[in-house]
Design a protein. Sequence first.
Length: 228
Amino acid sequence: MKIFLILLFFISPLRQVENFQFCFLSQQPGIFPDYSNGNFSQKIYYRNGKTYPETRGLNFFDINLNFRIFLNHEYVSRLDPEVRKILVGLPVQSMTLREFLSQVGDFLKKNIQYQDNDFPQDPVSVLVNGRANCIGYSDLFSTLLNSVGVKNKFVKGFYLKKGKQNKWVPVPHRWIEISLSNGFRYFYDPQYQDFSANYVVIKDGIDFLSIKKFKAYLIKKSKEIINR
């Protein structure tokens, strides 16, 4: 059976999808929307004072990102020199979006350290200080995407970090939704440089400070192999 699956993987274009079912010990209607795009979906149910999200995620590397990208010279000319340095070091005019994401990701790993302290999160400060939290990572990456004409927007929610047993910790978080030229939309997290099912989206305009703290428990987790 294992040999068959390995052969099937090479013969057919397959991808792995994660499915999570959580229970949040909180019922805050209007905060968590139903949401879906090319690599993520979220369905919310409320029962007996509890919230039950069902999420489905696909890592962005399994998506076709072989789109040619080109520098937006007018936009780049207005950027701070610290930001332009990143673009100057890349052969952008001959790259695909996949290659761009990979090389920018390598740059972040080597040059930016995660720190959740009270310091500026604008792209220039992130580069000068070499430190960022999810806001800084997202702001810098969004600027770089804009530089090559890739549409994107910020998304807020929680990253569900695995704790002990089936307990998960909801960490306030921000990431990016990328819109391709063919209309395909997908999530990308520049801090972790991937995406999975252990996220939950909140509605636009909701302040994290207005959300009451809650506990999260994993009910069910599964993986499946599907055709592209």
